[in-house]
Design a binder for this molecule. Structure first.
Ligand code: ASP
Length: 601
């Protein structure tokens, strides 16, 4: 009887008595009681195989096997002797008595263990990514990611969307971040750019009459490295014609519900709550609130009406200021040192200082004990719904800064109390965004989303008179404090699109140079349209309970944008530069100084 090839996670009692063939990696070898036991592993799982010294030739080779050698074995499946079953393994009731063994490949000693998920320096994992990929954690994460992407494709396919590939070599139309540039050899002195998103192309697909588009799209942004950013990332990109905000949100909500069910077996409670942008800022201090816990911010100005505390007076009745408090459940039990540490944390968020009040059974205490009185403290307690045993943390200052600090303190308190369980999924929509915001650095007005987002219907006339009062047809989907993605209804009127560009100070010449092709397309019968994009890396990260997107990407760059396995980016021969008409500036081969590798932990 010829042997049936089975995966290493699949042998079971149904195979007893039949010859079976397994191929995989040596996960672990044990020489025990005169026998050799090997756990052989593939993506599907682990099987125990046993070598008997009666077959001397095979037994000798088995004894020479090392972790990560690749083997091909045939044998008979049999029940494990009573008492030796392994309940932790799906195959743990049986084992394979080997009758033939072939060694397909030998392995050097791996630089870190593959058969356990212990902590390994991340740069080492990335250099030997093929070994890291063999570990259960990444095998699991990439499997979940596959299921997520497949569920997305199935969902949109069933609803008449077309998956359409947009090009990766496009025109540079800077959208905020820097473009990656690709020099053209055929047209010396000119450059393609890699897309930061297929935004204009998907809008043009709507002008092209395709109606419903989706794509699992690779996007590129040349940003300075941040811990959780990759220079290239994958996004679910969607666009639809003849829709309004409700239509797009309905389909995207149904999509996330389907994806979570198909990939994780998890039911998302519907409807997903909606929060207006202004309320999110007031209640949570951020436009991507973590709703796994409460602890909403409390505005406490009224407790200080008529106060004589000098540094608070300026804020009490000032609309440009905010006095916001966070309740710390059980915080009255914290020590002075704890509060000093929390104060330092608040300062690292940008606060000038932090006021705290604790409510214990035997009275209250505060960092500004001498300046407070019983009435104020009681009022504060009422405003914050604090109970005996709680503390409150209070920041006062310029509105945007105090809001931001209070929002971060809320998360800090939740972290200290371990309220952010990665297995809980709290989704929300943020809606009713302002169309524009002031750039924190330059003070200039900038689009909150991007310059193609339409304002609320009827607000067009505010564009020149009061642009900051305009609201957008813009919606974000948020999960556990992370923005999964943004979308909007787009401007399809070319004259209004031009007015928007002009508000940003773009001259006719610049509009023509950067967006001429798009403006031209808008003149040929553009349907109303809108869409959305979700970051798949981040979505998969949260689905897998990971804290870094690098753990859900097969071949990520490290924290300073290097591919450590391939050693990229790297220098290229002079001839390759000459081909594309480029010459490095003197010294540019070694400079600029590359950013330091992150500290090893
Ligand atoms: N293109 C936008 C982005 O990448 C998403 C969208 O508006 O659809 O953020």
């Amino acid at each position: 009887m010829s042997a049936t090839a089975v995966s290493c996670g699949a042998i079971g009692i149904e195979h007893i008595g039949t010859p079976v063939r397994l191929r995989g990696w040596v996960n672990r070898r044990r020489d025990h009681g005169g026998l050799v036991f090997i756990d052989v592993r593939d993506r599907d799982g682990i099987s125990q195989i046993v070598f008997d010294p009666a077959d001397a030739a095979t037994f000798d080779i088995a004894q020479s096997l090392r972790n990560e050698d690749v083997i091909d074995v045939v044998g008979d499946v049999r029940a494990r002797p009573a008492g030796t079953e392994n309940a932790n393994l799906a195959t743990g009731t049986v084992e394979l008595g080997v009758t033939s063994l072939a060694v397909l490949s030998r392995s050097l000693t791996p630089p870190f263990p593959i058969n356990v998920d212990g902590d390994v320096d991340e740069n080492l994992r990335l250099k030997y990514r093929y070994l890291d990929l063999r570990r259960p954690r990444l095998q699991h994460n990439l499997t979940v990611r596959h299921k997520i992407v497949k569920a997305m494709r199935d969902f949109f396919d069933a609803r008449d969307f077309l998956e359409i590939e947009t090009p990766v070599l496009i025109k540079s139309t800077p959208e905020g971040a820097r473009d990656f540039l690709v020099p053209s050899r055929v047209h010396p002195g000119t450059f393609y750019a890699l897309p930061q998103s297929p935004q204009l192309l998907k809008q043009i697909l709507m002008i092209g009459g395709l109606g419903r588009y989706m794509q699992i799209a690779r996007c590129f942004r040349d940003e300075d490295s941040r811990a959780d950013r990759q220079p290239e990332f994958t996004q679910l990109d969607v666009e639809m014609s003849f829709v309004d905000e409700e239509d797009v949100m309905a389909i995207m909500e149904a999509c996330i519900v389907h994806v979570w069910k198909a990939a994780l077996g998890h039911e998302i409670a519907q409807p997903i709550p909606r929060i207006a942008h202004v309320d999110a800022m007031r209640r949570f201090g951020i436009d991507k609130p973590d709703l796994r816990f409460g602890l909403e911010l409390c505005d406490v100005n009224s407790a200080f009406e008529g106060t004589s505390i000098n540094f608070l007076k300026a804020h009490v009745a000032n609309p440009a200021s905010r006095m916001a408090a966070v309740r710390y459940p059980g915080g009255a039990a914290l020590s002075r040192r704890d509060f000093d540490a929390i104060t330092e944390t608040a300062k690292s968020f940008g606060a000038g200082g932090l006021i705290y009040v604790t409510y214990a059974a035997d009275g209250w205490k505060s960092s500004i004990q001498k300046l407070l009185d019983d009435a104020t403290v009681t009022k504060l307690r009422e405003l914050c719904d604090a109970e005996v045993g709680d503390a409150i943390l209070l920041v006062a200052g310029e509105r945007a800064l105090a809001t931001d600090v209070a929002g971060k303190l809320r998360l800090h308190v939740a972290d200290r109390l371990q309220l952010r369980d990665p297995a809980t999924f709290a989704f929300c929509w943020i809606v009713d965004f302002p169309l524009f915001e002031r750039d924190a650095d330059t003070g200039a007005i900038a689009p909150t989303h991007h310059p193609f987002t339409a304002p609320l219907v009827g607000q067009e006339s505010l564009l020149e008179s009061d642009p900051l009062a305009m609201r957008a047809q813009h919606y974000d989907l948020v999960l556990n404090g992370f923005e999964l993605g943004s979308g909007s209804i787009r401007i399809h009127d070319v004259a209004f699109q031009k007015r928007i560009f002009e508000v940003f100070g773009l001259s006719d010449a610049i509009i023509e140079d950067r967006f001429g092709f798009f403006m031209e397309a808008l003149r040929y019968g553009a349907p109303p349209h809108g869409g959305m994009a979700w970051g798949i890396d981040r979505l998969a990260m949260l689905a897998c309970g990971e804290t870094s997107i690098r753990d859900v990407i097969a071949f990520p760059k490290n924290q300073v944008a290097r591919d450590l396995m391939m050693d990229a980016p790297s220098a290229v021969p002079d001839v390759s530069l000459r081909d594309v008409g480029l010459q490095l500036r003197r010294g540019a081969g070694s400079a600029p100084t590359p950013p330091a590798e992150p500290a090893k932990t």
